[in-house]
Structures are given as structure tokens and as C-alpha cells.
Design a protein around this ligand. Structure first.
Ligand code: GLP
Length: 263
């Protein structure tokens, strides 16, 4: 795992977008794992701008989202399918047939989870997985005590997650679905590279625990310590409780991989 600290939320989001763009340019048939949440909106704004201004080409790219609420239709403004169409898919030249999210309306949820896993495998696996982190420490909707080898399945949301996501439901926690389909921690760990973005002071505590604390199913983001290629990108506010910041800053300032991204 490596941690890259950027001065602001916008700089952190731009770096994530530039890393995705570099992968896509080098490998136009990229299988890209995508995430939702407020943190990702700026990343998608930057990617859309790169498509408009620099011709960043998504036409051969395939995407798999981490999760979807159970019970919400794709045209429900609170569904993650709607979020993705609005923030990214409708703004770039991606083929909608190559964009995948779990079907939150599936009659047979177990079969839908198995179908999603099979589809990821049939596409050759996720090359690059984008991830946010919930305040419960979740990645996707892998809530505390999710098995660290779990695959795509349905999961009950914690009250903390329901409260965290209530602002997207008009501030009313009773409108937030109680369950979701999510890629498992094991599914995520199978991806070729993980890029985690966390910004703002509300994430500082959970970032420090996930990155520098012990690996535990109580904080599923901590399982990313097992991944061979996981980069955590944070702004100063989200880095505030990390202990190893001198080393992390040294990496960004000195490692050749980051040269093209330094100001
Ligand atoms: C939801 C998603 C997560 C995301 C989290 C963070 O719970 N299922 O994948 O990481 O939101 O959201 P935000 O970026 O709004 O803090």
C-alpha cells in the first residue's frame, strides 16, 4: 500500500482522474471498477472534462460498479445506476452496454450476485478499481464483519451508513434502502490495482485506522493492506491523523512513478 497526500480535495480528485486517464490511454480496453458517493463526483467531473477537452476515449472501456441499493429502479434518482449515468456515463463516449452495476430489482438476489461475479470474470477481471471509504470503514457496502474473502452478495447497511447516506435521500434516513448488493472484499482484492480516494476532515479517523491500524473485518478498508498494488490518495484534511506522513510525502516527492504528477 502507498499513501499519496495532496494539498486540497480538488488536487486529490484530479490526481485520481489523471491516473485513470493514463491507464485508459495505455489500455483502451480497460476494465474499470467504479465507485459512487460525494467524494467521486469531482473525479467524474475531471474525467468528463478530459473527454471534452483532450478527447479521452472511453469507447472500448468496460466498467463494473461496486454496489447498488436493493429495491431502487435504474431510473430512481437515488440509485447508483442513475448516479453513474448522471455523473459520468452520460458525459463521455462510453458504450452503455459496457457499463455494469448489480440489478437492485432482481427477483432472485443470490442469482444476480452470482451473475455479476461471472460477468466480471468473463471480462477478464477488473484492471483498476476505484474506491471511496465510508465512515464505518466500508469499501463498496462491505459493512463491518464482512468476510475478508467475501464475493458479491447482499448486505444489510449499518445505521451509521444509513445516516451517512441520508442526505442523498432528502435528509430522511427512513428513505434509505436497508440492503444493497455489493462486490465482496475478496472480489475487490482480485482487481489488478486499487485506487482509494478519501477527502475531508470527516474521513481522517477512519483513513488512519484503515491504513495504519490492524487488518480487521471491523474496518473492511483495512483489507486493502493485503493488496499488492493499492494507492490511497488523500487531501491534507483526510491525512490529519496519519502517523507516517513524512514517509508518504517523501514517496510522492521522490519516486519516479509520481514525477509526471508533481507540480
Ligand atoms: C457509499 C458507497 C461507498 C462510498 C461511500 C462514501 O456508502 N457504497 O462505495 O465509498 O458511500 O461516500 P462519500 O464519498 O459520500 O463519503
Amino acid at each position: 500500500m502507498e499513501v499519496i497526500i495532496q494539498p486540497t480535495e480538488d488536487a486529490a480528485s484530479l490526481l485520481v482522474a489523471r491516473l485513470i486517464a493514463r491507464e485508459l490511454r495505455g489500455h483502451p480496453q480497460l476494465v474499470l471498477g467504479l465507485a459512487t458517493g460525494r467524494t467521486m463526483e469531482r473525479v467524474y467531473d475531471h474525467l468528463s472534462a478530459m473527454h471534452q477537452d483532450e478527447g479521452l476515449d472511453f469507447s472500448l472501456c468496460t466498467t463494473f460498479n461496486l454496489d447498488e441499493y436493493i429495491g431502487l429502479a435504474p431510473d430512481d434518482p437515488q440509485s447508483y445506476r442513475f448516479y453513474m449515468n448522471h455523473h459520468l456515463f452520460g458525459r463521455v463516449n462510453i458504450d452503455p452496454r459496457n457499463t455494469h452495476l448489480p440489478d437492485g430489482l432482481a427477483k432472485d438476489i443470490k442469482a444476480e450476485c452470482a451473475r455479476y461475479e461471472d460477468l466480471i470474470r468473463d471480462c477478464g477481471g477488473v484492471d483498476l478499481q476505484l474506491l471511496g471509504i465510508g465512515r464505518s470503514g466500508h469499501i463498496g457496502f462491505n459493512e463491518p464483519l464482512s468476510a475478508l474473502r467475501s464475493r458479491t452478495r447482499d448486505k444489510a447497511l449499518t445505521p451509521e451508513t444509513i445516516a451517512q447516506n441520508a442526505p442523498m435521500f432528502g435528509g430522511d434516513p427512513t428513505r434509505v434502502p436497508r440492503r444493497a448488493i455489493t462486490m465482496g472484499v475478496g472480489t475487490i482484492l482480485d482487481s489488478g490495482r486499487c485506487l482509494v480516494l478519501a477527502t475531508g476532515p470527516a474521513k481522517a479517523d477512519i483513513v488512519a485506522r484503515a491504513v495504519e491500524g490492524p487488518i480487521t473485518s471491523s474496518i473492511t478498508a483495512s483489507a486493502l493492506q493485503l493488496h499488492e498494488r493499492c494507492t490511497v490518495i488523500v487531501d491534507e484534511a483526510a491525512a490529519a491523523q496519519l502517523k507516517g506522513t513524512d514517509y508518504y510525502r517523501w514517496i510522492f516527492a521522490n519516486e519516479p512513478e509520481w514525477e509526471e504528477f508533481r507540480p
